[in-house]
Design a protein around this ligand. Structure first.
Ligand code: L14
Length: 344
């Protein structure tokens, strides 16, 4: 791979697209040339990268000529159609969508967890789901130390995971509720000129649905957490169950995670391991009421963990609280870290 690659961003005008550019800039990723791709609607729009203006181009079949690395974040349908074309043109694709994650021929990579998996790529490397990434960064070191037998996770996910329109919905509903001072407008809330993209009111509310429902009564997001965790941890024996919930937060997902391990791990031992783990930051000082918060994690790189304590209802159990910026480690940062491995 070229040490100074030509990079294409597919979905350059979206929230993750924006984060891609920011992270590439911050990390001084050696970009030779950058091509910003989006739908025809954004064609001609100017976006700044490293001090220069770049014009957004319409994503078409021929968009990947001379591209070495293509970072995709425009949804699964676009990835399915265009990622194979990018590969044919000679690019390596890092794909943020769910399109290829569970494809046995496609590595699913979190650089702190399974960097070696990257070597098996045949042109496409999948970036895991945001909620999965932040959890496995914290759980892998504990798995290595004590073997995790079972995981029970409940997520508290921000609106930005869905994208810009969900963030707009949260703003608009919040403004309307504050103006009207009606605490419980119920499903009657209608905000003029704003598309309601989430399945219910999100301002001052929590919604136990992320993505669509599947025949087993779980949501697709919940099953992504189950299946992707096993694939990234390279251990199908881990039992895992998830409940994914949307909360009225703009950026950062939080997770209450319960694990049962084969070997006993005290909270102190777990904390010590996590203090020395790559990509993890422990914030756990209950005497000062310090623990990770979404508002503090936004804009940062780490997977933050706190509230580390024994699950006293079982022999070998721990409870943890994990928070991370879903647009960065959950998406753009993890993909750029993969790209860094590619050019190393
Ligand atoms: O599979 O709505 O990468 O918050 C992650 C978050 C899909 C949607 C994925 C959301 C997604 C999602």
């Amino acid at each position: 791979m070229n040490k100074k690659p030509n990079v294409a961003i597919v979905g350059a005008t979206g929230m993750v697209g924006h984060a891609f550019l920011k992270v590439l800039e911050e990390r001084n990723f050696p970009v030779k040339d950058i091509r910003l791709l989006a739908s025809g609607r954004s064609k001609g729009k100017k976006i700044k990268f490293c001090g220069n203006d770049f014009k957004v181009e319409e994503l078409v079949k021929g968009s990947f000529k001379d591209i070495d690395i293509a970072l995709f974040s425009a949804g699964a349908a676009i990835s399915k159609e265009f990622a194979p074309l990018a590969v044919k043109a000679g690019a390596v694709v890092v794909d943020n969508s769910s399109a290829f994650r569970m494809d046995p021929g496609v590595p699913l990579v979190v650089p702190e967890v399974n960097p070696k998996a990257i070597q098996r790529h045949k042109g496409i490397i999948a970036n895991p789901n945001c909620s999965t990434i932040q959890m496995v960064v914290v759980l892998k070191p504990l798995h290595d130390a004590a073997r995790i037998k079972r995981i029970v996770v409940s997520s508290y996910q921000s609106a930005s995971g869905w994208g810009k329109e969900a963030v707009d919905q949260l703003w608009a509903e919040t403004e309307q509720i504050i103006k009207s001072r009606i605490q419980h407008p119920g499903s009657s809330i209608k905000v003029d000129g704003v598309k309601k993209v989430l399945p219910a009111q999100i301002a001052f509310n929590v919604i136990p649905q992320i993505d669509v429902f599947l025949p087993n009564r779980y949501t697709k997001e919940e099953m992504k957490m189950v299946n992707e965790t096993r694939k990234i941890m390279e251990d199908d024996s881990i039992k895992i169950t998830a409940t994914c919930v949307r909360v009225g937060v703009f950026i950062s997902h939080a997770e209450a995670v319960n694990i049962e391990t084969e070997k006993k791990l005290t909270p102190e031992e777990a904390t010590e391991i996590l203090r020395h783990s790559a990509g993890v930051e422990v914030i756990d000082d209950i005497s000062k009421e310090k623990y990770p918060l979404p508002i503090d994690a936004a804009g940062k790189d780490a997977s933050f963990v706190g509230r580390i304590r024994a699950d006293e209802s079982v022999e070998n159990g721990l409870n943890l609280w994990i928070v991370s910026d879903n647009l960065r480690k959950g998406a753009a940062l993890n993909a750029v870290q993969i790209a860094e491995l590619l050019i190393k």
